[in-house]
Design a protein around this ligand. Structure first.
Ligand code: AMP
Length: 197
């Protein structure tokens, strides 16, 4: 099973990706997580990405495409993957399409999370508070100012991916404002319909 979870930050992609991992034994490929790990490890990529991420802007396509290309070749991704936060630009979507075609692989579905963007800031503030209460480090970009920039980046660059995947007959939509379990059920129904499971 190979999926893309598409939607603005705070839409619930990560939560649903984790559930897909538990249910189907696929891997969650979150470029945000991979980049944060690179920043924490102080790698060359991490050094290049840090300031851009802290400002809520997008890291360059070349860097992100390179990370994903390496990651999907790893053995644990062979059973399938849920891409979370990638692609975010048409250039990334083109590169992914090329990458998969070269490997003889196909996407099963792109799941778009429809959300009320005005409610997302509340979600992100809640996520930051819960993370803090759990004694975990809070993401530097989970604050209202940077979050506004991340939403702008989504509207300017990532929203174009919906028509891109609709044209390819891969786009399915779920209500990202529904309770978490309902979103999980809606995704399960899509996977059944597309015969991905
Ligand atoms: P996320 O965890 O998906 O919200 O990503 C956090 C940050 O990592 C984003 O605001 C970007 O700076 C960077 N990032 C993650 N994925 C990508 C991507 N596919 N393209 C460019 N930048 C990305």
């Amino acid at each position: 099973m190979r999926l893309i979870l598409l939607g603005p930050p705070g839409a619930g992609k990560g939560t649903q990706a984790q559930r897909l991992v538990e249910r189907h034994g696929i891997v969650q490929l979150s470029t945000g997580d991979m980049l944060r790990a690179a920043v924490a490890a102080g790698t060359e990529i991490g050094k290049k990405a840090k300031a851009v991420m802290d400002a809520g802007q997008l890291v360059s396509d070349d860097i992100v495409i390179g990370i994903v290309a390496d990651r999907i070749d790893e053995p644990d991704a062979k059973r399938g993957f849920a891409l979370d936060g990638f692609p975010r630009t048409i250039a990334q979507a083109d590169a992914l399409e090329k990458m998969l075609t070269e490997k003889g692989l196909k996407l099963d579905a792109v799941i778009e999370f429809k959300v009320d963007e005005t409610k997302l800031v509340d979600r992100i503030v809640k996520r930051a508070k819960e993370t803090e209460a759990a004694g975990l480090p809070v993401r530097k970009d989970d604050n209202p100012e940077v979050f506004a920039k991340r939403l702008q980046e989504f509207a300017a660059l990532t929203a174009a991916l919906s028509p891109f995947y609709r044209e390819r007959g891969l786009l399915h939509t779920v209500d990202g404002m529904a309770p978490v379990d309902e979103v999980t059920d809606a995704i399960a129904a899509i996977l059944k319909e597309t015969a991905a499971v």
